[in-house]
Ligand binder design. Sequence first.
Ligand code: PMP
Length: 303
Amino acid sequence: MAKIAQYAYLGGECVDIVDAKISIASSAVLYGLSIYTVFFAKDLGRGTMQAFRLPEHYDRLVKSSRMIGMDNLETYYSYDDFLAVIRQLVQKNDLVGDHFFRFTVHAVEILPGVRTSGLTLSLSAFVYEAKNILPRDDAHIKTSLWRRTADCAIPARAKVNGAYVNSALAKQEALDAGCDDCLFLNQHGFVSELSAANIFLIKEGVLITPDASSDILEGITRKTIIELALEHGYRVIERKVALTEVYTADEVFACGTSAFVAPITKVDGRKIGIGESGPMTLEFRSKLENIHADTNSSMMTRL
Ligand code: PMP
């Protein structure tokens, strides 16, 4: 398990993580009515850290809250407030090493019934050691018997805590089968994503990934890979993807904040490509790692 930092943020102040509590009668607990984002921060040594694509993470939090009807998050917490909380946590925890920061907006109203608007909101944040959720190389995945929650049931492009029951069920099924993660199909039988990462296939040098209407979370790492690929002259196709296309791809990789770029070498017991991390996958992994460490990158914010 990843090590969690001692100080968290809740209700306007830094508190010990053991004291960061919300009520068992809140909508957040009763209905999973919280929205969140997790971002990566790289330790550059000598007390300096930088975070990956912070404005995009803030924007996604705001859009997630809008989608589910939690009103006007940006009027409660501006981007500057968000940044100030991050910097407070960095200082208070005296962080050493790479970390993930998880920011959540909880509906903390007590017993309002099942509704999403006009509720009291509270921002929480905590920090934990940046451990990859997938093996760095050679991840094996299994198609889940569970289907990805349809966007018309719970918005797939919003990071709603309650929706992660779907991910937990499928991930557990994969772990029980001796795999590292699940591969979700959507209700129409097309490839969607992993439990907490997006998927890319590489065929004859072209990157293919399920499109935004395949019930995916539109990942910030996914967007970055697409931008990097186009910048370097690769073709990228976002479209519906059939499972057998995954089986026959030259390379397959997962990407996400906590998966980084993870080569997938087996799907449903079938070897992918040569059964080893592929050259294009490794190229994108190192491009992402270079950005994380680049003090001049416009994608990084100094904390
Ligand atoms: N899909 C799901 C369901 C996720 O939880 C995540 C992790 N946030 C991703 C994809 C990857 O998104 P990102 O690159 O923004 O971390």
